[in-house]
Ligand binder design. Sequence first.
Ligand code: PEP
Ligand code: MN
Length: 338
Amino acid sequence: MFIVMEPSSSRRDVDRILDVLTGMDAVGYACHGATQRVIEVLEAGAGLDRGRLAGLPAVARVVDEPLGVLGARGGAERETCPVPLGSRAAVGGQRVVVIAGPCSVEDEGRLVEAANAVAAAGAVALRGGVFKPRTSPYSYQGLGARGLEMLGRVREQTGLAVVTEVMCSEHVEPVRAVADVLQVGSRNMHNTPLLKALGEQDRPVLLKRGWSATLEEFLMAAEYIRQAGNPRVILCERGIRTHERYVRNTLALAVVPEVKRVSDLPIIVDPSHGTGRADLVAPMSRAAIACGADGLLIEVHPVPSRAWSDGAQSLDVAAFRELMAGLGPLAAACSRSL
Ligand code: PEP
Ligand code: MN
């Protein structure tokens, strides 16, 4: 059980509730988050009076589920709070944004080629991993600091915002020096020390869904970042693991309207990791926009057959250009722009 305090509540209000709990022979744990104060009732006996707790001053509501702490309501959608994507765009507004680029940064020539191509086709941000979370230790692990320098130079040359992954707290400082958005990969969605470290940053965070995470776990991971002080979180649906074998992951698009109902966070969709197949990226991109996604994260490589990682799911430049050309009218039909 969680006692959610009013936004205007103080530490003293919380202390008063803790005293009341003690008087009810119960034990409370207080979290003074940046977004709200919440008391978890850790243990309680027969004396716990839920109705009385709900009516105490400074108490907003008493809920049983973590999602209730977020203020999730049935019925109407909540308003999405846009998160900046560099200085020229935001995720979660009227405009659907596209972040595109190679899975991994490989060399500067290819990175520049990919960046120029995605910018020309209408992407507002460049993606590219330099710290790569690979399944096998024998697979390419990324260029590290050298790749960050390349991203920094390409950002200057093209004006594209840069999105790249951090895998541990030690990556946060060097990555924030060049990136506009810090990405948390699927494998790290449950890494709460990393989420807390990102909560102490002012830089927006792109949080990818863990491949076996429920929506509640996904939203609570975002809450770790927000309650530590950084409200700028962009959710990214990238598919979950199911029994299916014809795709790498099962893209769970129903999460998009559900996030719109229960959360104020923007959500984008990654049809590349979400399917693992280049031929499915365009249809699933269109489906994502149709169901209300605020943006797309798409892997694009100048020569996918030669990519050092994830070539099978990467679009070449021509396919990306063609996809983008079709997305504008689709966005317009959904009362959005691209
Ligand atoms: C990525 O976007 O580069 C990536 C590794 O994706 P995920 O964490 O979703 O597997
Ligand atoms: Mn990839």
